[in-house]
Design a protein around this ligand. Structure first.
Ligand code: FAD
Length: 398
């Protein structure tokens, strides 16, 4: 959908060049020329041109633009690793259930793996009405080609209206490739989803422009509407053992697929503590001051039976490993108690903690933004307050 300037019509007034916010237009021999490498196709120049010499190229419509009504239901990619269904899959089923109920449609899950049939029941328990199961040798470990092939085939055949994928390493590889193959849009790293009352379109909200605003993105003309969602954003429902569903076995063989990669060996990293599953997180920011000082945060987390976290400033300073970073470019967490110490509460940090049940903030600046979202705010020096807070919380716990 490139923006085109008709050379014959251009009068060389250069209004478009002056108004282009991206410096993507230059004058060559008194004719405006677009640099397609930097043009964002925002289309502002189209309205600016006094002689209508600029237009947006129309792309041929893909078949899934014309038959939107054929698409129905919410479909979740059920991610498994070594035969274990990942928490994100249950979180997506919880949210998918809400969306499907709002639309009055079905919630399904795609499960791909080897000897994985035993896990289908879990997907029903967590809300799926239907499970599409691709099971066979060669599907045990995630590999791009077979998983993309399977997903594309199922989406094209069963035509879901919405597809949700976890924004995990696997989902971030899979999601855009599938969207490209089925010719639709994808909103990556959503932190909120909803259904528009009037249009029934999926409202896909994610941080934009460096996290300074939340943008709600729509995909009105293509299907399915696809989104990746970060782990920890949605809470999983309690499993309901009485819930049953329909199993659809989708037959495909790895030999049908041109697979160029082979998994030779899987080496497990040492135990990585996943702060996304923690019920109590004590996090430290730049206000902690140094790597040595961070021990106060680590000890507090240990004493409360929780895990420590950090702001990006603390990670960038090299005090803490990036696995513990909370926020837009770190982890999204949803603990029962989140204690933010010496963290100012930038919007990018808030994006990762807003689903916490209780936020306690300790900051010596009474105007710190963290106090705007904290349930309990304590203004003062974290080195004095945190030990007292831990002692008091432990009294309540015990
Ligand atoms: P500061 O903003 O410097 O705040 C330090 C706070 O400590 C201050 O409020 C100060 O009053 C307080 N303080 C100082 N001493 C004490 C004391 N003794 N006792 C109590 N309080 C004290 N940030 C994240 O955290 N996570 C992300 O994922 C993330 N992603 C980003 C993505 C993008 C695209 C961008 C542009 C930024 C991102 N950031 C992220 C960075 C973010 O904008 C902030 O710069 C960062 O969160 C600031 O970290 P901080 O609150 O620890 O430090």
């Amino acid at each position: 959908m490139a923006v085109i300037i008709e050379k014959d019509k251009c009068i060389g007034c250069s209004i478009c060049r002056s108004n282009c916010s991206f410096d993507s237009i230059e004058m060559v021999e008194s004719i405006a020329v677009i640099n397609h490498g930097t043009c964002t196709q925002c289309g502002l120049c189209i309205g600016d041109c006094p002689v209508q010499a600029i237009y947006k190229e129309q792309v041929e419509k893909h078949e899934n633009c014309d038959n939107l009504s054929q698409y129905s239901g919410v479909m979740v990619f059920a991610e498994q690793r070594q035969g274990v269904i990942q928490n994100i899959s249950f979180e997506l089923l919880g949210e998918g259930r809400l969306l499907a109920d709002k639309l009055g449609e079905e919630l399904s899950a795609i499960l791909i793996g080897t000897d994985i049939f035993g896990k289908v029941e879990d997907l029903f328990k967590y809300g799926a009405d239907k499970v599409y199961l691709v099971e066979g040798v060669g599907f045990e470990n995630y590999r791009t080609e077979p998983y993309c092939y399977a997903m594309e085939k199922i989406i094209n055949e069963y035509k879901p209206e919405i597809v949700l994928i976890g924004a995990t390493n696997i989902g971030r590889d899979l999601g855009p490739r599938i969207a490209g193959r089925v010719v639709t849009g994808l909103t990556a790293d959503c932190i909120e989803l909803g259904i528009d009352e009037d249009t029934k379109l999926l409202l896909q909200t994610r941080p934009a422009f460096g996290g300074n605003i939340m943008a709600t993105i729509l995909c009105p003309e293509h299907r399915p509407q696809m989104a990746t969602i970060r782990p920890g954003v949605f809470k999983k429902n309690d499993p309901d053992s009485s819930k049953k569903g329909v199993l659809v076995r989708v037959h495909m063989s790895i030999s049908d697929i041109n697979v160029r990669t082979e998994v030779l060996e899987t080496i497990k990293q040492g135990k990585i503590i996943d702060i996304q599953d923690a019920e109590i997180i004590v996090s430290g920011g730049r206000g902690v001051g140094s790597a040595d000082n961070f021990n106060i945060i680590k000890n507090a987390a240990k004493e409360l039976g929780g895990i420590f976290g950090a702001s990006r400033a603390a990670v960038d300073a090299g005090w803490i490993d990036s696995n513990y970073q909370v926020g837009q470019t770190g982890k999204t967490v949803a603990p029962k108690i989140y204690i933010a110490c010496g963290i100012s509460g930038a919007i990018q940090h808030q994006a990762g903690i807003s689903k916490s049940d209780i936020i306690i903030a300790i900051n010596k600046n009474p105007n710190a933004a963290i106090f705007d979202i904290a349930d309990y705010g304590i203004c003062g020096d974290l080195f004095k307050i945190l030990p007292i807070l831990v002692e008091e919380l432990n009294k309540v716990k015990n």
